[in-house]
Design a protein around this ligand. Structure first.
Ligand SMILES: Nc1ncnc2c1ncn2[C@@H]1O[C@H](COP(=O)(O)OP(=O)(O)OP(=O)(O)O)[C@@H](O)[C@H]1O
Length: 600
């Protein structure tokens, strides 16, 4: 059976009050449901199928040309069907058929029996419920559910966990086409790594589904994708390879074509010079040979310069590589022009009048009101100007709470700040907050919102700040906030964080609504930023890009500390092997669960 699973369509299926998470996941198997429904409709609708079948059989019984044995057999078959005893009916179907005469009644009976037989074979191919349940439990574990949460009612879950449950439902289905739209959005790194391995195993298994994946997580995309569909300027292009390969190919193509064009331009200039000289000399001396040679060269310049290599990499051939009517025999060399590149330009960080650390936390502890267990305990951390600090950790380990302490919202003992410290804090909920503001005032624009944030900000300064983050023109002054995309709202939120310019930037899951190209541009800008940056993210590529040293960095930024911490059991632990080491550790931790999720 060919079917497709989508993450989005499952939400409403899972909304019933009493069903547990596990039930929701199992029942979201659409192909299984389809077969069960059909069997159900055959056996449970006496008003149509059953009555008609029985009536036809009774009619057939009266027909002298039918042998009673055959009629009896058909009747028994139908009754089994109507009872919903599918396996029993299939066994009867395997019994040798008796002689059956032609006729409408018999024809319909035969159709019903065939249909049942087909349903039976589909049903047999379906995973038995017991193993489906254990598979569902493994998938839910991989996505971070504890056994207790699996048996809790679906409606008691938060939005993020409900989305994980829907994702589990999609992953459970046998499917020919698996469409996943930003599946990592609600996952922590452990969940992302599990999903990555689960999908890798799925596509390596016999009869793998085609997986159509939309994601802004580069590491995830690069590991999984074997080909890309690039939608740009309303045109869809195909590339055989992953995102890194595509970018490298684009760079190589551009370099190759621009070198080819430069060389050919020099050659043309030289040929034109010799043509001019040849014509001049030919006319002066009356040498027709020179004039003929100049003419032939001119023809070559006019018709034969351009692409020397065809689409397949071989010699350029007019018929194959340049179809249609053309005035020349070659395609001209088109060096791909960069589209308006996506850039983020962060204003320079202000300097502090006197030196010293920006902020120090000395053995701090914090428990949320009403909670007995502290979410932070014994945390010691010092941040100096220019530092790059990454904080990784599983969902709920306290990363946002720690940023709350650094940002001054959560007040605890043991915190010392530089007297002039200005902190810019991009909160995880920044986009949702802007959406709320936009809904409350449907005419409010990004420009107005920025000026509300700081009335001292002139419209020109607000425009130039938004423009440095990639928002320009009528998008900032005419389009209401409520109509901006998630990526555009991230830019508005960042503009608010960057004004007035902070010494310390706290970024909590800033990549969530950005596309891969924008994330690349933001990472690039953050690498250049002179102030200190603390980044919390489940995006391995982004944390690596902002915090860790890259080739060619050495010696460039003396004194800049780069460190990645894991926040675990309330405390910070330095990840000596950085993001890479953490990823490997999580893989080891997932161990058997990775094998179990595919029933292996
Ligand atoms: N205002 C609050 N009152 C009570 N508990 C809270 C509050 N805010 C957060 N918590 C709890 O504190 C713990 C840490 O939450 P926090 O948001 O800091 O984690 P996190 O590591 O940032 O999670 P995530 O990766 O999901 O963003 C969680 O168990 C959370 O439920």
């Amino acid at each position: 059976m060919t079917s497709s699973g989508t993450l989005t369509t499952q939400t409403s299926n899972s909304g019933e009050m009493s069903r547990t998470v596990l039930q929701c996941v199992i029942e979201s198997d659409v192909s299984r449901n389809e077969v069960l429904r059909e069997i159900d409709s055959l056996s449970c609708s006496p008003a149509n199928q059953a009555k008609r079948l029985l009536a036809e059989l009774a009619e057939a019984e009266k027909n002298a040309s039918l042998r009673s044995g055959s009629r009896g057999l058909q009747a028994r078959k139908a009754l089994r069907v109507l009872d919903g005893r599918v396996a029993e009916a299939a066994r009867l179907l395997d019994e040798p058929d008796n002689e059956i005469s032609e006729g409408t009644a018999q024809q319909e009976t035969r159709e019903a029996v065939d249909l049942l037989s087909e349903l039976q074979s589909q049903f047999e191919q379906m995973t038995p419920l017991a193993s489906l349940t254990s598979q569902a439990r493994n998938i839910l574990s991989g996505l971070g559910f504890s056994p207790a949460t699996m048996d809790a009612p679906f409606t008691t879950l938060s939005g993020g966990w409900q989305m994980r449950c829907c994702l589990a439902g999609v992953l459970l289905q046998p499917t020919a086409l698996l469409i996943l739209d930003e599946p990592t959005n609600f996952l922590d790194l452990l969940g992302i790594i599990w999903l990555q391995h689960h999908l890798l195993a799925l596509i390596a298994a016999p009869n793998p589904p085609t997986v159509l994946l939309v994601s802004h997580d580069r590491s995830f995309l690069d590991t999984l994708c074997t080909s890309l569909l690039i939608l740009r300027n309303r045109t869809l292009t195909y590339f055989a390879g992953n995102l890194s390969a595509y970018e490298a190919d684009q760079r190589d193509q551009k370099l190759y074509l621009s070198r080819m064009k430069e060389a050919q331009d020099r050659q043309i200039a030289h040929m034109e010079k010799t043509i001019r000289e040849g014509i001049k000399l030919g006319k002066k001396t009356g040498d027709d040979g020179k004039l003929r040679m100049a003419k032939s060269r001119q023809k070559k310049v006019d018709e034969r310069m351009g692409m020397e290599v065809g689409k397949g990499g071989g010699r350029f051939k007019l018929n194959r590589d340049l179809q249609g009517f053309h005035l020349t025999n070659r395609a001209s060399i088109e060096v791909p022009q960069d589209e308006r590149p996506i850039t983020f330009a962060l204003p320079p960080a202000p300097t502090l009048r006197f030196p010293g650390p920006l902020i120090s936390l000395e053995n701090i502890a914090y428990a949320h009101p009403g909670r007995s267990t502290p979410v932070l305990q014994g945390v010691t951390l010092t941040i100096h100007p220019g530092d790059r600090v990454g904080i990784l950790g599983l969902n709920g380990c306290g990363k946002s709470t720690l940023l709350g302490v650094l940002g001054g919202k959560v007040v605890v003992a043991g915190v010392e700040r530089h007297a002039r410290l200005r902190v810019g804090w991009y909160e995880q909920s920044a986009v949702e907050e802007l959406k709320r503001i936009g809904e409350a005032d449907p005419s409010l624009t990004a420009l107005q919102e920025l000026q509300t944030h700081d009335p001292a900000l002139t419209p020109q300064d607000a425009r130039s700040l938004l423009s440095s983050l990639g928002l320009r023109g009528s998008t900032v002054s005419d389009t209401p906030l409520s109509r901006l995309s998630g990526g555009q709202l991230v830019r508005v939120a960042l503009a608010k964080v960057l004004w007035p310019m902070p010494h310390l930037l706290l970024l909590d899951e800033v990549t969530t609504h950005l596309d891969a190209e924008s994330i690349g541009a933001l990472v690039e800008a953050l690498r250049e930023f002179e102030g200190a940056v603390v980044v919390v993210s489940h995006d391995r590529w982004a944390v690596r890009g902002v915090v860790e040293e890259m080739d060619g960095d050495e010696g460039e930024e003396e004194g800049r500390r780069r460190v990645v911490f894991e926040l675990v059991k309330g405390g910070l632990r330095v990840l000596e092997e950085g993001v890479w080491g953490y990823e490997r550790r999580l893989e080891r931790r997932l161990g058997g669960l990775l094998k179990a999720s595919l029933g292996g």
